[in-house]
Design a protein. Structure first.
Length: 368
């Protein structure tokens, strides 16, 4: 989130259609995240990025067939009433101009829920609700809700679920050390979730993005199984593990990332999702999703390695000097030896400072 936003005001993860696409990590979709401190402000500055990282599909109940369905917005946009489109969608005029130059102009809509978030009565209602629940519970809460709209702009909010939002053991400020670039595995800004911390990392599990991309689709669950085996192997060895995986961890779509269950990564100290333009993988900061809550409750830190300004340094070959112990741990998975690199480095630490938004992982050889 942006530094000028107050996270204590509350955060909404919001989608059009059924809320299933908000609580799961949906394929090819990016739910809208809105801070109730400044709900109308987008995380993206350009229309192209807003469109790229928007919701593409909608979950619905088809009453004529009495079935749950997932449809693309392209399939149903023309059937939606204008007032609804204006409430949850925007026009991409840049894309329309490009189509016009190609003599194939059409209206291009994409989902942002912007007009709903501009409704101060709605956002104030959500903020008051969260504040009241916070006071009753004595700490922040995680809720599931629905919003029903009509063409007059009236709305009804239904509170479906409420549970304590465990925030871990709050740490004080963490001073990010200055270390040479050659000792830095990664340095990030505004790309991490979790409390401020300093954590020694004993084991780094790296999954090669290109190797994963090229591995047969039907066999990709083998990579998830290997992660589970590594999790079990180190579980009773008092080691802090960090997983570096392409795309979205825990997705149900193997083409978007490694389809592990939370149980398969429950023993890791930290998870890093790695963006890779060569294979098209893209992380997702999943505030409000079920996976996010599981990570928070287990005190597992999360960082994302982006291909943009947020990643100051990332050296994926950083541990080449270390022995790859994957073949010894998983001797029956020889076909994955080129995809996994499991190293056990010395003097490796992960730092995260919530206040500054900075994260660092690297060799710090003199620690107190």
């Amino acid at each position: 989130m942006r530094k000028d936003m107050d996270m204590s005001a509350g955060l909404l993860r919001i989608v059009a259609g059924l809320g299933t696409r908000a609580v799961d990590r949906p394929e090819n979709d990016y739910p809208r995240l809105a801070s109730l401190d400044r709900p109308t402000v987008s995380l993206y500055s350009s229309t192209a990025d807003k469109h790229r990282y928007s919701q593409r599909n909608i979950d619905v109940l088809d009453l004529s067939d009495n079935q749950f369905k997932t449809l693309t917005f392209d399939e149903i946009t023309d059937t939606l009433p204008q007032w609804y489109k204006l409430a949850v969608m925007e026009r991409d005029y840049e894309a329309e101009a490009s189509l016009k130059r190609k003599q194939s102009w059409r209206k291009v809509w994409f989902v942002t829920c912007q007009k709903l978030l501009e409704n101060q009565e709605f956002t104030s209602c959500m903020q008051r609700m969260l504040h009241a629940l916070d006071e009753v519970y004595g700490h922040p809460v995680d809720i599931e809700y629905t919003v029903n709209l009509n063409e007059d702009g009236n709305f009804v909010v239904n509170l479906l679920q409420c549970r304590s939002l465990y925030m871990g053991v709050e740490g004080g400020p963490v001073e990010i050390p200055k270390i040479p670039e050659e000792d830095t595995f990664f340095s990030l800004t505004d790309s991490s979730m979790g409390n401020s911390r300093k954590t020694k990392i004993d084991v780094v599990v790296q999954i090669d993005p290109i190797g994963y991309y090229e591995y047969p689709y039907q066999l990709k669950p083998q990579i998830a199984e290997a992660v589970r085996k590594l999790n079990l192997y180190y579980r009773d060895r008092n080691k802090h593990l960090m997983l570096m995986a392409p795309g979205r961890i825990g997705t149900s779509s193997p083409e978007l990332g490694v389809p592990v269950t939370f149980a398969a990564i429950s023993g890791f100290a930290g998870i890093c999702e790695v963006s890779d333009n060569r294979a098209g993988y893209m992380p997702e900061l999943s505030y409000g999703s079920h996976l996010f809550q599981d990570l928070v409750e287990a005190d597992i830190f999360y960082s994302a390695i982006w291909n943009d300004r947020r990643t100051l340094i990332y050296n994926e070959k950083f541990f080449e000097h270390c022995t790859n112990v994957f073949p010894q741990i998983c001797p029956d998975m020889e076909s994955l030896n080129h995809i996994f690199y499991v190293s056990e480095p010395e003097d490796l630490y992960y730092y995260n400072d919530v206040k500054s938004g900075k994260s660092l992982c690297g060799y710090v050889r003199e620690t107190k």
